[in-house]
Write a protein that binds this ligand. Structure first.
Ligand code: BGC
Length: 286
């Protein structure tokens, strides 16, 4: 037997590239309000997880196109579609166009939302209606259309074990009252009951629906709450985890809720809020 050859040379180690998990590969998603803020974070996360994404937007076409380009860079297909989700005709047209171009839909993220803040006695009916119609009626219209399609198509086993998944973007203000924002808090409280009621109704069809309740996330909607050191300091007193949230925090949660990894999660709200709903004022009081 020849003696073993001893060498001082370090053998070359070739590390296999870390496999990128694409749990949403082959699935088609619609993200309303996907052009900015939390919606953008979600659209990117779904694209990164392998889904083809329709990025709905209301007025900023350039921003929507940027998100679509970024998704394409991640290797997924992306389309943009302008629609005001509070308008029934526009929602119907958006779904029809999605079916024409992508064939069907597997994931809806009902995210589009806005704030029009005012103290109760100064809030106009127009401010009330604007928020309720986008945040709540818009989610109702999109949920109704998507459930029609999920029921028509049913489960396609090689795509997902569910016939479809819905993620409603709510807020910590579905449970935390918010003075000066009665329209917004009412819309988010409404999303909670809407989601649970739909959940009860659609479960037998193997359709899953859940909500995400973000806390303070660094987006344009709440810029005033974080863009000065003083504002950030005050904000952090409300967040036990000690940092503001980022859109990607919500994106990862949405990708999980949309995937078969969460297949037995149904009719619930996932709070992604750094502990904002833990009554931080009681940490050293009460
Ligand atoms: C609101 C933000 C706010 C956050 C926490 C969100 O739903 O849109 O403006 O900062 O809740 O209060």
């Amino acid at each position: 037997m020849p003696a073993a050859i001893l060498t001082t040379q370090t053998p070359e180690i070739t590390l296999a590239p870390t496999p990128v998990r694409k749990p949403l590969k082959g699935q088609k998603a619609l993200v309303t309000g996907g052009d900015s803020g939390i919606g953008k974070g979600i659209a990117l996360a779904l694209g990164a997880a392998g889904a083809d994404v329709v990025v709905n937007y209301h007025s900023d076409a350039a921003a929507a196109n940027n998100v679509a380009d970024a998704i394409a860079q991640l290797g997924s297909r992306a389309l943009v579609h302008q629609a005001d989700v509070s308008q029934e005709e526009q929602v119907l047209e958006m779904f029809q166009q999605m079916f024409d171009e992508l064939g069907t839909i597997d994931i809806l993220v009902a995210n589009a939302g806005l704030q029009k803040d005012a103290p109760l006695t100064e809030m106009t009916l127009a401010q009330w209606n604007a928020v309720i119609s986008v945040n709540l009626t818009g989610q109702f219209l999109c949920c109704r259309e998507v459930v029609r399609e999920f029921k028509r198509r049913g489960v396609v086993k090689k795509v997902s074990c569910a016939a479809g998944k819905i993620v409603c973007v709510s807020s910590v203000h579905e449970v935390i009252p918010w003075a000066g924002h009665v329209n917004y808090a009412a819309s988010k409280g409404g999303i909670n009951m809407m989601m649970k009621t739909i959940a009860q109704e659609v479960a037998p069809h193997r359709i899953r629906i859940n909500s995400i309740a973000p806390g303070a996330i660094r987006t344009p909607i709440n810029r005033a709450a974080w863009d000065t050191p003083e504002a950030m300091h005050d904000l952090l007193t409300l967040i036990p985890y000690g940092r503001i949230g980022e859109p990607s925090d919500i994106g990862r949660a949405a990708a999980w809720l949309a995937s078969d990894d969460s297949d037995y999660v149904h009719g619930t709200t996932l709070f992604v809020d750094g502990g904002m709903t833990l009554y931080p004022g009681f940490a050293d009081g009460g």
